[in-house]
Structure formats: structure tokens, C-alpha cells
Design a protein around this ligand. Structure first.
Ligand code: A2R
Length: 316
């Protein structure tokens, strides 16, 4: 009898581990999930999901014996932690193991924007070089970089940026004991920086935190990078800012309505776009999958959960 409902996409390695000691059922294999859940939902004790799919309300209410939601990823804004806590169900996620990878993705987007490297690569591949050299671009050295969300990933990014002699500032709700300048105002920081990099989580508190005013403060030579959550950036305002030149360039790995990227954004030469691949390497996804399943195994064994989200602290 299945005891674990798998909602998110998984790797073969994860599937092998799930079959070793747990009894998984994969939502993707169910022809009629509602009927299956009505008949079998009472046996499901664990859910494996991710920060985008969460646990849809109809599934959540069909699982009366649910005792753990394990999320494969660090952001968990799609999971209703309030509803889970109200039912005494802890939620876990996979912080830490993806910091370096997401930081690398942010650095790739920065370098690609600063050096207009997508255009340079296209100039070579298209044969246009025969008609003339590619234009001069901006240096990646000695940039003034503002970090929105100097947490685990933001700090890993700051470390990776060090060889480029960047002057780093940060904005968050709280000042930290770090050797970077703190700004209580995001707009003020944007005004003093040439690049704003967001690692902020999603959710109501950060929705459209990066708005038209912040983009205007960054300015025509400014670059916006987002690898946190798409909801943090006002995408419509961003398209206008990039079209009008109010903002110089943007490098985005996350979007408001993934996997949909507005055609107007895809058409912009000053937008560098990647399909939410921040942590998407074999090595890092393996580490994330292991941690997500280690949390399931801990719950099954009655052992302490490895990485509960802060909202579940009162349940442990
Ligand atoms: O506000 P603080 O001082 O707690 O700083 C956190 C910041 N942050 C915010 N900043 C401004 N306004 C807010 N409403 C707000 N809420 C949170 O985001 C902290 O510096 C940072 C998050 O850091 P960590 O919790 O360590 O998360 P981690 O592992 O770096 O991942 C960040 C996000 C995930 O939530 C996913 O959305 C994405 O990266 O993959």
C-alpha cells in the first residue's frame, strides 16, 4: 500500500531511493488522481513535492494521515505552511546544498549581461564578424553590485564575485554583521549600484518589490538580475523599462508565470533569459534529491527532521 505521494518531477536516482524503504505512488502515473485519492488517500503519510507545485488544496484535504511535506528545493512559497501547521504537519526543504550552484547561475547572468556575451556569441556564429568587429561592451570588473536577499545563496554569490573586485551592498529586512554596506531602502541601494541581483524568496511580502521606481533608480546603464522568484519583479514594468531604455539590461532565470515568458520579453535584445536552471546540474539536483528523501526517511524512522522550514519550528 503506497505511503508516499510524489507530486514533483523526480530523477531516476530519487526514484530508486524512494522505492528503497518507502512505498511511493507518483501523481504523474495516476490516470484519475481524484478517484485514486478518494480510495487510497488515507494511507498516504508523506508527500514529496517542490516549491512550485506545492500541495494543491484538493490533494491536501484528501490526505487525512499526512505527517510530512518534503519539498525538493529551497523556496517553498507554493506550500501553504499555515494550513500545514494548523494540521500539525511539518514541512521540510533543501537549503544549503544548492547555494553555490544558484550563485553560479547569477554570476553567469551577470557576466553575460555586462559583457553582452549573448550578442558576441551570436556575432561569431552568424558570420556577421566578416562584416565588422562586435561592439565594445562593459567590463565585469569593479562593478557596484547590490544584493537583494543576502542569505545563504546571496552570500555564496558575494564570495564568487570577490575576484571581480566588486563593491557589494545589500538590502533585506535586517542589517547583518557582514563587511558590506547595508541599505534599509531598496530604491536607495539601486540608485547607488549599477547592478541589482535578487535572491529574495517569493510570497506576499516580496511581491513586486522590484518595481518601476527601483528599475528607474538602477538607470539606463543598470542591470537587473533575478534568480530568486519571478514574483519579486514587476514583469510588465520590466518590459517597459527595457523597451524604453529606462533600465539597461536584465538577466532572468525566474519569471512570473513559469514556464511562460511574455513574447515581448523574449523579443528584447537587452534581456538574457534562462529557463529556471539555477540549481539544475546533475551534482546539485542529486544533493537536493538526497536531502529531500533523507527528510522523508527521518520522518518514517521517527528521527529528527534534517531541514524543517522555520514555520514548522513549533511542531518539532
Ligand atoms: O529580510 P532578511 O534580512 O531576513 O533577509 C532575507 C531576504 N528577505 C527579504 N528581503 C527583503 N524583503 C523581504 N520581505 C524579504 N524576505 C526575505 O531574503 C534573506 O537575506 C534572503 C533569503 O535568504 P535565505 O532564507 O538564506 O534563503 P536562500 O537559501 O538564500 O534562498 C533564497 C531564495 C529561495 O527562497 C528561493 O526563492 C530561491 O532563492 O531559490
Amino acid at each position: 500500500m503506497p505511503d508516499t505521494l510524489v507530486i514533483c518531477p523526480t530523477t531516476d536516482e530519487m526514484d530508486a531511493r524512494l522505492h528503497d524503504g518507502l512505498a511511493p505512488v507518483f501523481l504523474r502515473d495516476l490516470d484519475d488522481p481524484a478517484t485514486w485519492l478518494a480510495a487510497n488517500g488515507q494511507d498516504i503519510r508523506y508527500v514529496l513535492t517542490d516549491g512550485h507545485l506545492g500541495v494543491p488544496a484538493d490533494i491536501f484535504s484528501a490526505l487525512p494521515a499526512l505527517s510530512l511535506i518534503s519539498s525538493y528545493g529551497v523556496g517553498y512559497d507554493a506550500i501553504d505552511t499555515g494550513a500545514a501547521t494548523a494540521r500539525g504537519i511539518p514541512v521540510t526543504h533543501t537549503p544549503g546544498v544548492l547555494d553555490a550552484e544558484v550563485a553560479t547561475t547569477a554570476l553567469l547572468l551577470c557576466l553575460t549581461c555586462w559583457r553582452d556575451f549573448e550578442g558576441a556569441l551570436g556575432h561569431a556564429r552568424s558570420g556577421l564578424w566578416a562584416n565588422g568587429s562586435y561592439k565594445l561592451t562593459r567590463s565585469a570588473d569593479k562593478r557596484r553590485v547590490g544584493i537583494l536577499g543576502l542569505g545563504r545563496i546571496g552570500k555564496a554569490f558575494a564570495r564568487k564575485l570577490a575576484p571581480f573586485d566588486a563593491e557589494i551592498a545589500y538590502h533585506g529586512r535586517t542589517e547583518q554583521d557582514v563587511p558590506h554596506r547595508y541599505y534599509a531602502s531598496l530604491t536607495d541601494m539601486a540608485r547607488d549600484c549599477d547592478t541589482l541581483v535578487s535572491f529574495a524568496p517569493g510570497g506576499a511580502a516580496t511581491h513586486h518589490l522590484i518595481n518601476a521606481d527601483v528599475m528607474a533608480a538602477l538607470g539606463p546603464d543598470g542591470t537587473l538580475i533575478n534568480v530568486g522568484r519571478g514574483s519579486v519583479v514587476d514583469e510588465a514594468a520590466l518590459i517597459t523599462a527595457l523597451q524604453t531604455g529606462t533600465l539597461g539590461a536584465a538577466g532572468l532565470d525566474v519569471f512570473e508565470a513559469e514556464p511562460h515568458i511574455p513574447a515581448a520579453l523574449r523579443a528584447l535584445p537587452n534581456a538574457v533569459l534562462s529557463p529556471h536552471v539555477g540549481s539544475a546540474t546533475v551534482e546539485t539536483r542529486r544533493a537536493m534529491g538526497d536531502l529531500a528523501i533523507d527528510n522523508l526517511v527521518a520522518a518514517r524512522d521517527g528521527a529528527p527532521l534534517l531541514t524543517p522550514v522555520p514555520e514548522s519550528a513549533g511542531l518539532l
